[in-house]
Design a protein around this ligand. Structure first.
Ligand code: CP
Length: 313
């Protein structure tokens, strides 16, 4: 694994290897152990062309726990504002001896383009980790979601998992679906209005529900998604009130799931739109632990890709 670009096509064994490695890093990510020298002398460049709170910060923390030098490029203040192309930016940062690029971009495929360029220019020692590209993929979020599910449910064998909301614009949903089906979760459901579900979901191995009350019956895990207003044109955009009425997770709706069901959300949350605060802050929510697990999972991903120069992309 030279780069981590997507979960699609990633073998089950590699996903488990990442989750097991993350478990071994928990005491470091929780600061019981200060840091490990696995990335000492390496330079990790955080390139966030799209805003982020959780992903950017946990990548920075994870890099520091691995003893890497971290450079957070301020995109707004960079020469991209003068028209410098993405690949020219990459070449210039690579000339500063970058070892790893953590890339978030609003355009689907941008981290793939960078990885291909590095491979084409024989810079095989430089690694790319996708931190979310457009509506396509968010592999480290998918992996930390799997870590969270395994932590609370122990294994993936007998679970019913529901992903609820704006799947159409969600890179998290796509990464979660690939991970859950690869790990053998017997029933993956997606719940949402027809306008916010993409075609081809059944071919991805999921059951589709438009009625939230039907879809939530008996589930073990609920993954709520944000209504991605910034990726929608006016015609698609439902009113917040309308949406909450049909697809908001309320305490009453949560009772349709199993009594020990967990509630997840990748963040940022729109309270009162896709989730009621009573649920988001309630005893079944594991939304903040997801963020904490993200540190160990990102440490695992970075240490695994840094340990491989010249494998698959
Ligand atoms: N889950 C997630 O990607 O959050 P951020 O946009 O804050 O990184």
């Amino acid at each position: 694994l030279q780069h981590l670009l997507t979960i699609e096509g990633l073998p089950k064994s590699i996903i488990y290897h990442i989750l097991d490695t993350a478990s071994s890093f928990v005491s470091i990510s929780d600061r019981e152990v200060k840091k490990v020298p696995l990335l000492r002398g390496k330079s990790v460049f955080n390139l966030f062309f799209e805003n982020s709170t959780r992903t950017r910060t946990t990548f920075e923390i994870a890099s520091k726990r691995l003893s890497a030098d971290v450079i957070n490029l301020n995109i707004a203040a960079s020469s991209t504002s003068k028209g410098e192309s993405l690949l020219d930016t990459i070449d210039n940062l690579a000339a500063m001896h970058a070892d790893m690029f953590v890339v978030r971009h609003a355009t689907s495929g941008a981290p793939f383009l960078i990885a291909k360029h590095l491979n084409d220019t024989r810079q095989h020692h430089v690694h790319v980790v996708n931190a979310g590209d457009g509506r396509h993929a968010h592999p480290t979020q998918g992996l930390l979601d799997m870590y969270t599910i395994r932590h609370y449910k122990k294994d993936f064998n007998n679970l019913t998992v529901a992903i609820v909301g704006d799947v159409l614009h969600s890179r998290v949903a796509r990464s979660d679906i690939h991970a859950l089906t690869t790990l053998g979760v017997p029933e993956v459901r997606v719940i949402g209005p027809r306008t916010l579900l993409p075609g081809g979901l059944e071919q991805m191995g999921v059951r589709v529900f438009h009625d939230m009350n039907e879809g939530l019956k008996g589930v073990d895990v609920i993954i709520m998604l944000r209504l991605q207003n910034e990726r929608m044109s006016g015609a698609l955009l439902p009113s917040a009130q309308e949406y909450f009425k049909s697809y908001g997770l309320t305490p009453e709706r949560l009772e349709l799931a199993k009594p020990d069901a967990i509630v997840m959300h990748p963040g940022p949350m729109n309270r009162g739109v896709e989730i009621d605060s009573a649920v988001a802050d309630g005893p079944q929510a594991v939304i903040l632990p997801q963020v904490t697990f993200g540190i160990a999972v990102r440490m695992a991903v970075m240490s695994i890709v840094a340990g491989n120069s010249g494998g698959d992309a």
